[in-house]
Design a protein around this ligand. Sequence first.
Ligand code: DC
Length: 230
Amino acid sequence: MGRNIAIDGPAGAGKSTIAKNLAKKLGYIYVDTGAMYRAMALFFLRRGIRAEESDRIEEAVADADVSIVYENGEQQVILNGENVNGLIRTEEVGNMASASSVNPKVREKMTELQRRLAKTSDVVMDGRDIGTFVLPDADVKVYLTASVEERARRRALEYEKKGIEVSVEQIAKDISERDYRDMHREHAPLRRAEDAVLVDTSDMTIAQVEARLMELCENGKKGGKGDFFA
Ligand code: DC
């Protein structure tokens, strides 16, 4: 059994930046589970499947093989043999990932892969249901959040850096819709695990958040197993 750090939270809370850096510092593998759901979503979109066509989504799941590999320490998502890392960071794919991930067949497939990774490696894994469902026995659990306005501002900045023009208002609307869907779905909805430490990053710098999480990891803090990292 590897050592497992679970980081959950809504879209744009800073999970991937923080989790990636934390993994580097700890010498663990970073597992971005959102990227796996995005790769599945890309597969559905390419097939011309719409979010509300749950029958077609269920049917298509068996044809999508998602796996991850690491290149220079960076996670790469492989969809049926193709590296799709550069194709999954769009609003269209993100919204489809949020919509298609309500499907239990999709979740079952992704959860299995994620648990296998955590069993064999030390991981920092981020997502929506890691502390509550995928790795309920994780050694450290964090729920990372921030206000909708701040999350939309950060996402817009990310797009701007890539030269993509976006409206902050539209992103805020998308984020609110995704929050609602992710938190209200029937299977493994986004919520803070009872033993997860809440970190609101609205007024924190990345460095401050990282320091806080390192502190939690060093203390083995989850609200339980205090001696894990001793
Ligand atoms: O973290 P992200 O924005 O890349 O995730 C995209 C969508 O994938 C998110 O809106 C919901 C879904 N997701 C999920 O259901 N469970 C996870 N563990 C990770 C992501």
